[in-house]
Design a binder for this molecule. Structure first.
Ligand SMILES: CC(C)(COP(=O)(O)OP(=O)(O)OC[C@H]1O[C@@H](n2cnc3c(N)ncnc32)[C@H](O)[C@@H]1OP(=O)(O)O)[C@@H](O)C(=O)NCCC(=O)NCCS
Length: 395
């Protein structure tokens, strides 16, 4: 077997049949193939790898060049997608080999971190990835927000078709990339597809002309549901303006279903708000995303919780194994190779979990991602305070 990189145009003849079989209703129609081929213009900057044997494509995987905020530092990120193997070629190690090659190649291209949505987290756990939170939904009747109907808020909301509001929406996502831990965005090539994606409204909240919130949504029917994607806001005023806008649908829809991050607490949005907040994980189909460091240098420049240092051994990983001194200095992390005695031994998932703020050092140990000596538990906790990331991009 041979691993080969293919262009976006080659994907239709090589990767499409694998992906369509894995992820779509099948057998598929000719029109599905044509739609895929048309979309490939947005995949020109993706790195696509396939496994070939006897002229047949047996497996494929790809990475989108993306960017992500990790504790305040914006890194180039490899967004892994299009992972599939021909059913007769599964369990022969093809995807493991593709992923190893892809992660190394993306690191060479400058990606310090990587993220993906797994079909089963333990599969990617073996490749160094660790889980981060899945988005939740808040489901409520618009009546629950009636206190906002008459509220005088210093701003306004405009509703536009996504094609008209896309530039402002996109600009807000770029602002959130700079400001929000975990937030990730595609490059301009892939982003262009969302500008032309059909059948979505975008509500844009502004204060004195400045965008303070935006949410894309659709309404399924009169008396039905208003289904909204991620509630993106720069703060409480943006959120209040968008919720007020939704409240004004009280005589039009029965329910609002809104996608939110784990730091939102909808029961605090109103006194008489009856709300169901839920986050479901099931395999396959609805998993939380996973992340990992591709380079230990990703730790440089992150916000540090304290000014102190810890020496750690990172083990069992081709890309980031080694002994390092991780120090906080005036609120910023720095990492360098070290020969000191290590105070902790961490797998890639373990150090990634600390960097992304999803597990504390005790949880790292109880999850089987390493061993931390007692004094280093407190030090690592102080250096890497827990802080839940919000990934945003879906791929
Ligand atoms: C999931 C899928 C991509 C795996 O591809 P594959 O080529 O069979 O995977 P590999 O043979 O490289 O397996 C790598 C490791 O994962 C294990 N593994 C494979 N499938 C697994 C599964 N469903 N659950 C848990 N572990 C699994 C293998 O045993 C192997 O472990 P090892 O390295 O310790 O021996 C393939 O089954 C597929 O195409 N499924 C349908 C589409 C899909 O779900 N894609 C993933 C989207 S994120």
């Amino acid at each position: 077997m041979e691993i080969r990189q293919v262009t976006a145009d080659e994907r239709t003849d090589t990767m499409f049949p694998l992906q369509a079989y894995a992820f779509m209703a099948s057998p598929w129609a000719d029109a599905d193939r044509e739609t895929y081929a048309r979309r490939m213009v947005y995949y020109r900057t993706a790195t696509s790898l396939i496994v070939e044997e006897g002229g047949q494509t047996l497996a494929g995987a790809a990475a989108f060049p993306m960017r992500q905020n990790v504790r305040g530092a914006v890194h180039d990120m490899a967004g892994i997608a299009s992972v599939s193997t021909h059913p007769s070629a599964r369990r022969r190690g093809f995807v493991r080999q593709l992923m190893t090659r892809l992660m190394g190649q993306m690191r060479e291209q400058g990606c310090a971190v990587s993220a993906l949505y797994p079909f089963r987290p333990s599969f990617y756990g073996k490749l160094g990835y660790v889980g981060v939170p899945r988005v939740r939904t808040a489901t409520f009747a618009p009546e629950g927000l009636s206190h906002l109907l008459g509220a005088e808020l210093p701003g306004e909301v405009e509703r536009l078709p996504i094609s008209d509001g896309f530039d402002e929406f996109h600009a807000l996502t770029l602002r959130m990339l700079r400001e929000r831990h975990g937030f990730s965005v595609y490059d301009e090539t892939r982003t262009a597809e969302f500008r032309v994606s059909p059948s979505l409204w975008v509500a844009i909240a502004r204060v004195d002309g400045e965008v303070v919130g935006a949410v894309t949504y659709r309404i399924d029917q009169y008396g039905g549901d208003l289904i909204a994607d991620d509630l993106l806001t720069t703060g409480p005023l943006g959120r209040a303006l968008l919720l007020q806008f939704f409240a004004r649908h009280v005589d039009q829809v029965t329910r609002i279903v809104l996608t939110i991050g784990v730091d939102e607490v909808p029961e605090l949005w109103g006194t008489d708000l009856a709300v169901l907040t839920q986050g479901q994980v099931r395999f396959p189909g609805k998993c939380g995303p996973m992340v990992r460091l591709l380079s230990i240098d990703a730790l440089n420049g992150l916000h540090a919780g304290a000014d102190l240092g810890v020496t750690v051994d990172v083990v069992d990983d081709e890309l980031i194994a080694g002994r390092y001194r991780i120090s906080g200095n005036a609120g910023t992390l720095a990492v360098e190779e070290s020969k000191d005695e290590p105070q902790a031994t961490l797998t890639c998932a373990g150090i990634s979990a600390l960097a992304y703020g999803v597990l504390d050092p005790v949880e790292v140990m109880t999850r089987g991602f390493g061993q931390v000596e007692a004094p280093a538990v407190e030090a690592l906790n102080a250096l890497f305070p827990k802080k839940m990331p919000y990934l945003f991009a879906d791929f």
